[in-house]
Design a binder for this molecule. Structure first.
Ligand code: HEM
Length: 232
């Protein structure tokens, strides 16, 4: 693996970790939350520079289902990230406070709503790269990925994590947050800080798996369409 590629993967891992940490607002407090979030946006700029080729090809391939699927997810993520950045600047009480923009209850609610949408869509976006990430990790650890037993074990484990992720959607109370409802459910970080991170990580894993297996289905569909003797 090329060192630059490894460096990019490490930066991406750090970006996801900062995204997760930003959700623990009540644990870290406002100033740390804003610094963590701002750092994440700085790393996102580097992610965009490394992947700038995408902007040159985004208009192509819209007749191919797989391409429509991937590009729609990535475009949604781009729009949501811009929204998260804009609301962050507006409601800031520390990092961008010098801009003296007028915050409001609605802006803060929209910030939290977009943040949860970003969590879900960023996880879907990660799922688009999952095969490549698994291949790279397999190569780095020199694991033979095609052997039946590890594959079955890993799939079983992935399924259990996805189940935990699905249940976590309800424990984290994501539904009301996405409907902009005011909730009075506060996470007890004194008692369950690790569980908070694990549940958010499992939600990410659930979305990764949904996209990973959807892409595999689309590949089967493409092969089926291209199989000799089948007419459209
Ligand atoms: C990784 C990016 C970010 C995510 C995922 C995120 C997520 C969130 C969430 C979920 C909340 C609601 C917390 C709660 O009520 O329990 C929140 C609140 C807040 N965020 Fe962010 N945030 C991010 C970046 C930022 C940045 C960069 C700033 C400012 C520089 C910021 C400023 C704030 C402020 C001031 C609040 C408190 C709003 C209130 O008083 O209700 N956030 N954020």
């Amino acid at each position: 693996m090329k060192p630059l590629f490894l460096f990019r993967l490490i930066l991406d891992l750090l970006t996801v970790s900062l995204l997760l940490a930003a959700f623990a607002y009540d644990w870290f407090g406002n100033a740390a939350h804003e610094i963590i979030g701002t750092l994440m946006f700085v790393l996102l700029i580097s992610h965009n520079i490394f992947n700038r080729r995408w902007y040159g090809v985004v208009a192509n391939g819209w007749q191919e289902p797989r391409s429509v699927f991937s590009k729609t997810i990535t475009l949604c993520l781009l729009v949501m990230m811009v929204g998260l950045l804009a609301t962050s600047v507006i409601i800031s009480q520390t990092v961008f406070d010098f801009l003296a923009l007028r915050s409001s209850f609605t802006a803060r609610q929209i910030h939290a709503l977009i943040a949860y949408l970003v969590l879900l869509i960023a996880a879907l976006h990660l799922g688009l790269q999952w095969s490549m990430i698994m291949r790279v990790i397999g190569q780095a650890l020199q694991v033979e990925t095609n052997t039946r037993i590890p594959t079955a074990t890993l799939r079983g484990l992935a399924f259990l994590i996805a189940l935990y992720g699905f249940q976590s959607l309800f424990v984290i109370d994501i539904g009301p947050k996405l409907r902009l409802e005011t909730t009075f459910s506060f996470w007890d970080f004194e008692a369950a800080a690790v569980e908070f991170i694990l549940r958010h990580a499992a939600i990410i894993a659930l979305c990764v798996m949904i996209v990973h297996y959807s892409l595999r289905l689309l590949s089967f569909y493409r092969r089926y369409r291209r199989a000799p003797g089948i007419t459209e």
